[in-house]
Design a protein around this ligand. Structure first.
Ligand SMILES: [Zn+2]
Length: 454
């Protein structure tokens, strides 16, 4: 099927203009600005099978590339799986995702990595890539990674997620020296967190503090983040590694990054997530464990500084850290047992449109262009002739209220329940296939593996 997306307002590469886009054989065949002559449908250049979509009044953006998700498959599919979460993704205008290795088993060998690619080829509605997880003893596997076929290496630096905590210095040195591709890093100092947790439990036992969700930024502190981020940036600098610091949550960490180098030349880059820009510590009272995540959501000042960093280029990309858990895993226990993380892939566009009102060009830069540049993704992330037709059509005048009942993630709830938004994705194209249309999924086609020009 070919498509003629007529009279859309394109938001692309800093420009906003009315144009029509022809989609043919999975690619963006032609972009015709309003007033210019273009090929006509019907008996003209394009086949009669071309479907016309009237996009008058709607915004056409490149499909969002979410570089940071946890789709939980294999092994944790009671929470989520690649099929369900890729549906949530395309419903939110996300056309490509990169999934993290803390599944069961953890993705720490080339064989396990291939199994994930095979699963996605069978099940995913969106395009995909998968990170290989670093451990204290899998360097042999890491060096075998093909940088043209795999998005990166995930390093939990000082955060214990099973055996993926890399805490041996000689391993870190070799990893930073020898990794064949980008290292995406989770930075929180485990020892600091452990000490804070012990103190917190002690005070709670004596009845001296009430331990509820609001304690989280006092356990997973700014200090814990900074200590670990500083070390990662320092080592990457020293060994010339390509480092991407994930989910930056504090003002203090921003001091570690630069904004005087074009993104394509940066060796050290930074991501933040929609929730660090929307929530702050004042929201724990109303949202409680719904917004418990790692790193913790911190102060209003941190939030304001992160917002500023989107504008000044200290932060390069937005990834969601989509991390679904079942309601019972979040809400039935106490602070110490409530799981950290929540779903967000379906609403990243909505939240970022609220965070950056009237600034779709910056939103598109942070969520579409920059991930494509940073990961050197082949022919995606921009509306350009010859590129893959990964596109989202967005109505920015839709008054909608985000609701648990409309959540496509398998976990069936969202921390944004009840939030008023103005954006609604009406159409999502993946490789030129219309996979989501006004609340209806077309599931005949599957997404494809991302390739990288490295
Ligand atoms: Zn994560």
């Amino acid at each position: 099927m070919n498509y003629y997306i007529k009279n859309a307002t394109l938001v692309n590469e800093g420009q906003t203009f009315v144009a029509s886009v022809f989609v043919s054989d999975g690619k963006i065949a032609k972009i015709v600005r309003k007033g210019e002559d273009g090929p006509s449908t019907g008996s003209g250049t394009f086949a009669p099978s071309t479907q016309v979509i009237d996009a008058t009044g709607k915004y056409l953006i490149p499909g969002i590339i979410d570089e940071h998700v946890h789709f939980r498959e294999p092994g944790l599919t009671h929470k989520a799986d690649i099929y369900t979460e890729s549906r949530a993704a395309v419903a939110g205008g996300v056309t490509s995702f990169m999934d993290m290795p803390n599944t069961m088993p953890q993705t720490t060998t080339q064989e396990l990595l291939q199994q994930k690619f095979d699963l996605a080829a069978e099940k995913s509605l969106a395009n995909y890539s998968f990170y290989l997880g670093a451990t204290n003893d899998n360097l042999d596997e890491i060096v075998k990674t093909d940088p043209k076929q795999v998005c990166g290496i995930k390093l939990f630096m000082g955060s214990s997620t099973g055996n993926m905590l890399v805490d041996k210095n000689e391993v870190l040195v070799r990893l930073f020296r020898e990794s064949p591709c980008l290292i995406a890093v989770h930075c929180e100092d485990e020892q600091t967190i452990h000490e804070n947790t012990v103190r917190c439990k002690d005070l709670a036992a004596k009845g001296e503090v009430i331990v509820d969700a609001s304690i989280h930024p006092f356990v997973r502190t700014t200090e814990a983040c900074y200590k670990s981020s500083f070390k990662a940036v320092d080592m990457a600098d020293h060994f010339g590694a390509r480092l991407h610091v994930l989910h930056v949550s504090t003002l203090r960490e921003l001091l570690l990054f630069k904004n005087n180098i074009p993104l394509k030349d940066k060796k050290i880059t930074a991501e933040t997530c929609p929730h660090y820009l929307w929530f702050d510590n004042h929201d724990y009272e109303a949202k409680s464990f719904a917004i418990k995540c790692n790193p913790a959501i911190k102060s209003h000042r941190d939030k304001e500084a992160l917002l500023q960093a989107l504008h000044n280029g200290l932060i390069d990309t937005i990834g969601t850290d989509h991390a679904p858990h079942l309601r019972e895993e979040k809400f039935t226990g106490d602070y110490f047992t409530s799981k950290s993380g929540f779903p967000s892939v379906q609403h990243s566009l909505d939240i970022m449109a609220n965070v950056l009102p009237n600034d779709l060009p910056l939103l598109v830069q942070l969520m579409c262009h920059n991930p494509a540049i940073l990961y050197q993704i082949d022919r995606r992330g921009f509306i350009r002739e010859g590129y893959y037709a990964d596109l989202s059509l967005v109505d920015m005048n839709a008054n909608q209220v985000i609701s648990d009942k409309d959540e496509y993630s398998k976990c069936g709830w969202t921390p944004y329940d009840g939030l008023q938004t103005h954006s609604r994705v009406t159409h999502t194209f993946v490789n030129g296939n219309l996979v989501f249309e006004n609340g209806v999924f077309h599931e005949e086609e599957r997404g494809t593996r991302l390739c990288f020009n490295r």
